[in-house]
Ligand binder design. Structure first.
Ligand SMILES: Cc1cc2nc3c(=O)[nH]c(=O)nc-3n(C[C@H](O)[C@H](O)[C@H](O)COP(=O)(O)OP(=O)(O)OC[C@H]3O[C@@H](n4cnc5c(N)ncnc54)[C@H](O)[C@@H]3O)c2cc1C
Length: 377
């Protein structure tokens, strides 16, 4: 008999899981608290480890058509000189930058409408012999064989399993914006520019749009400057290389988002019984390596490999967690470390950092990059 699963949360992780499990022949219901399914926000970089999964799910062609392939990642100084440049050639699938909404739409379009329920705020779950019951605001209950908590960094499923705890702030905030393509960028190249306590990234995301992000050290939950969010970012990066000031100038103020860089320390055990976690609910990752959504996509593919043949659902969930725990903890650690180094402020330390980074990234093949990008679920 086919198993029936509830996926709590219809973000990128939940949708990828639902599609992978549906393709593997399992019954899935995705419950999402928002009144409609969708994604807002800015762009995402998707690296070969995730595009390999998207290809197997049949959505990569659409993502490539809507987004923009990445052939090279350039690391620069604020005056525009190069620290390093990494080729993305040689992987079995490409890297791509895409708007979150385009990725979400591509996953959503392939799922049966009957498996998607919006406007359902999950509040708790109860395990019982042979199943699990998810409870929602308004009193509704849904019973299934298993529950996958894909409900993001403030997951209620995680809170019920492990207690409520705030995410860990890592010392800097991140602004993101989308500007029209002003021309002049080398197609396929994305870049990150490292200053002192500040960084700026540029990624074309297709359809004439450039996604940019900027960071700055400081205490958590900083309010916008009195002059406004856009003016604040303009002031911080006004003397950085072209086209940074022009991109900020061309961005509508309402399109600039601001988040604190946060993650959580790895869990020793993700789930219990017929309940597990996926994506940011299990392992939120700071954005420094662009792998948070990629890890959720890898999680989805792993579940879809382990669940279909398993007689014991709880055992299959534990096997999934045993595979995904070390991998996601490693990526989260790497991301946190790169963020810490990228945010160093002392000018002498920054000079040394740039010099060492240049040497380290010049050694081919980069074993650490391969460990991330060449991974096959
Ligand atoms: C600034 C920034 C830049 C990033 N850049 C990249 C990048 O370039 N590449 C990359 O791979 N990753 C990136 N990430 C990480 C990526 O955004 C996340 O890892 C990814 O979106 C996680 O997806 P998710 O589905 O697990 O969680 P979410 O996207 O948070 O989705 C959770 C879903 O659950 C729903 N939900 C929550 N609570 C409930 C409830 N009680 N009941 C029902 N539904 C509920 C929410 O409404 C939401 O739809 C970035 C993150 C940030 C902050």
């Amino acid at each position: 008999m086919s198993k029936k699963l509830i996926v709590a949360g219809g973000g990128i992780g939940g949708m990828a899981a639902a599609l992978a499990l549906h393709r593997a022949g399992l019954g899935v219901t995705v419950v999402e608290r928002a009144p409609v399914f969708g994604e807002v926000g800015a762009g995402l970089s998707l690296w070969p480890n995730a595009t390999r999964v998207l290809q197997s799910l049949g959505v990569l062609d659409e993502i490539m058509a809507r987004g923009e392939a990445v052939t090279r990642f350039n690391l620069q100084r604020p005056d525009g000189t190069s620290i390093s440049s990494i080729s993305m050639a040689g992987y079995s699938t490409p890297a791509v930058c895409v708007h979150r909404a385009d990725l979400h739409r591509a996953l959503f379009a392939l799922l049966p409408v009957a498996s998607l329920e919006a406007g359902q705020v999950m509040q708790s779950f109860a395990e019982h012999a042979g199943g699990v019951t998810a409870r929602f605001a308004g009193g509704r209950e849904i019973r299934a064989d298993g529950l996958i908590g894909a409900d993001g960094i403030h997951s209620v499923v995680r809170a019920q399993l492990h207690g409520v705890a705030p995410p860990v702030y890592r010392g800097y905030c991140i602004w993101r914006g989308i500007a029209p393509d002003l021309g002049g960028l080398v197609r396929g190249h994305i870049s990150e520019t490292w200053g002192a306590g500040r960084r700026f990234g540029i990624m074309p995301i297709g359809q004439g749009r450039i996604c940019w992000y900027a960071t700055r050290n400081g205490p958590p939950a900083q309010p916008d400057a009195p002059a406004g969010r856009k003016a604040e970012v303009q002031e911080l990066f006004h003397d950085w290389h072209h086209p940074i000031p022009a991109l900020i100038k061309a961005t509508a103020p309402a399109d600039i988002l601001k988040n604190d860089a946060r993650d959580r320390n790895p869990l020793r055990a993700w789930g219990r019984g017929r309940v597990t976690l996926l994506g940011d609910a299990a392992h939120p990752i700071t954005p420094n390596v662009g792998q948070g959504a990629c890890m959720a996509i890898e999680d989805a593919a792993t579940l879809a490999k382990l669940l279909p043949g398993a007689a014991d659902l709880a055992g299959a969930f534990r096997a999934y967690e045993a595979v995904r725990g070390p991998r996601t903890a490693y990526i989260a650690r790497q991301s946190r470390r790169i963020g810490m180094i990228g945010q160093w402020e002392n000018p002498w330390v920054v000079r040394g950092r740039n010099f060492v980074t240049k040497l380290v990234l010049a050694r081919p093949p980069d074993v650490q990059l391969n460990a991330v990008y060449a991974y096959e679920v």
